[in-house]
Design a protein around this ligand. Structure first.
Ligand code: HEC
Length: 163
């Protein structure tokens, strides 16, 4: 092999190796603008505060994989004991229209249903798109417990309303 042939062979080898390395790099997962907006809304509207386990206590430092998977902590008051449901399992078999209907209905405390009610259709759809993007994960939250029964797991007791 003469000198030039050797140089050409080396250039081809380097080109092949770097080409393969570039091909192996996975492109960053791109999300749509709607999904990105849904994530932003979930963060600033406080949905994670109740619907993500340990979110508030950890100052929001919870892996996104766990976001909106619901919580085992009960909220007890005159309405009974409610649990922030797993929203990712909730939307698994739900259409955007069904989610919109739910977002426009009255829910039990301490769910700030009135905030969700006042959100624009576009924003509610973005939250739905984000939930679909995250996909189903986790377990369902505990069932609602009526006021005359004591929940078996941990719960926050709301004080009686001031007279
Ligand atoms: C202060 C705690 C809290 C916050 C903040 C909160 N939720 Fe909830 N959410 C709850 C609880 C508790 C329930 C269950 C209410 C019930 O049993 O009627 C609930 C119920 C829901 C439901 C109905 C689920 C079903 O199965 O019917 C949806 C949808 C929902 N929340 C979405 C949201 C979104 C979106 C946000 C952010 C904008 C949010 N929540 C913020 C506590 C909260």
């Amino acid at each position: 092999m003469n000198k030039y042939a050797l140089i050409v062979a080396m250039v081809v080898i380097v080109w092949l190796v770097t080409g393969a390395a570039v091909a192996q790099q996975k492109p960053a997962k791109k999300v749509s603008a709607e999904v990105a907006r849904g994530k932003y809304l979930v963060q600033i509207a406080g949905c994670n505060d109740c619907h993500t386990p340990g979110y508030a206590a950890a100052g929001g430092k919870v892996d996104e994989k766990l976001w909106l998977t619901g919580d085992q902590l009960g909220w007890r008051g005159p309405w009974g004991t409610t649990y922030a449901p797993n929203l990712r399992l909730l939307v698994r078999d739900m259409t955007a229209d069904q989610f919109m209907k739910l977002a426009r209905s009255r829910l039990r405390p301490p769910m700030p249903w009135f905030n969700l009610r006042d959100m624009s259709d576009r924003d509610v759809k973005a939250i739905y798109a984000y939930l679909k993007h995250l996909g189903p994960a986790g377990q369902p939250a505990p069932q609602y417990v009526p006021p005359d029964q004591t929940p078996s797991g941990p719960f926050v007791q709301f004080p009686a309303a001031p007279k």
